[in-house]
Design a protein around this ligand. Structure first.
Ligand code: ZN
Ligand code: ZN
Length: 295
């Protein structure tokens, strides 16, 4: 790798996070309450990072093809058009109203410097996601999360590929309980999303040591996508790997081979139906015994 390329792929991740921070710190007030702007920054990040795959890919086996591209597009649309809206209507808005009715305020959070407000918001989102994700790997909720682990390659938008029940559960957060300026909340969401995009992308980033200490990288997250159910029980943090370091679930290393069971790729229909497999199995008549099995 030439010197220039090495510099770009070493600093791309932290520089993009800093740019997102600068963008929201200086966004004009007339734009700050527009949720489409959060969506535009999220999708813009995904497109740029996906394009980097064609400049400096990580594994040829993960290269984006048309079928993967179309599947990823389906899930990006599903997330921003349906799941984010449902989550807002069913959880965020009622939670904010409930907090308001209690007369509970966190004025101190409104007076912190912008960088700290974003860091606090980022931590709140990640702390909730960490425990929800860990619970999914250690309970019946695995049935909702397993489709995300059946993906057989990683690409920029793969963080959004999974069963809708899982996508809904994992996006739950208590951030609405805190008074924070809207631009800090949106910035925290965009930073969280950007790190998750880097951590799923088929791009040979060279993460600086300090960056990989705090933020989840593709090395950490590819290890989380290792083949075998028990192998996946590490590096749960979507974007803040520091939380895994705090709770003893961090593992160093990386994996080039990802998937579950026989590493059979699931179709969108199979991903949608996956959580109902135990239910279907209950009502299915038992398979006739083969002579060799009874012997
Ligand atoms: Zn997982
Ligand atoms: Zn993942």
């Amino acid at each position: 790798m030439n010197r220039m390329k090495k510099i770009v792929f070493t600093y791309f991740q932290p520089v993009l996070l800093a740019l997102i921070m600068l963008f929201w710190a200086n966004a004009p007030a007339s734009l700050v309450d527009k949720t489409w702007l959060v969506t535009a920054v999220s999708i813009g990040t995904m497109v740029i990072v996906q394009l980097l795959e064609f400049v400096n890919e990580r594994h040829a086996g993960w290269r984006l093809d048309l079928r993967e591209f179309l599947t990823d597009c389906f899930y990006v649309a599903l997330f921003f058009v349906v799941i984010a809206k449902v989550e807002d209507a069913l959880v965020e808005t009622p939670l904010a109203a409930f907090k308001h009715s209690l007369g509970f305020t966190t004025d101190w959070a409104m007076h912190m410097p912008f960088v700290l407000q974003v860091a606090f918001g980022f931590f709140l989102i990640e702390f909730g996601q960490y425990w929800m994700h860990r619970l999914m790997h250690n309970s019946f909720l695995w049935w909702t999360h397993a489709p995300h682990h059946h993906i057989t390659q990683l690409n920029a938008a793969k963080g959004l590929v999974g069963n809708p029940i899982e996508l809904f559960l994992v996006s739950l957060s208590v951030i609405a309980f805190f008074d924070l300026p809207l631009n800090a909340v949106f910035c925290a969401f965009n930073i969280d999303g950007a790190v998750a995009v880097f951590a799923h992308a088929n791009v040979r980033f060279i993460s600086p040591r300090w960056y990989a200490f705090v933020f989840t990288t593709i090395e950490h997250h590819s290890l989380h996508h290792s083949v075998g159910f028990l192998e996946t029980r590490c590096n749960y943090a979507n974007a803040m790997i520091l939380i895994d370091r705090m709770f003893g679930t961090f593992r160093a290393g990386e994996s080039a081979v990802v998937g579950q069971d026989e590493r059979k790729r699931l179709s969108i229909a199979q991903q949608l139906a996956f959580p109902f497999r135990p239910l279907v199995a209950m009502f299915r008549p038992p398979a006739p015994q083969s002579p060799s099995a009874s012997g």
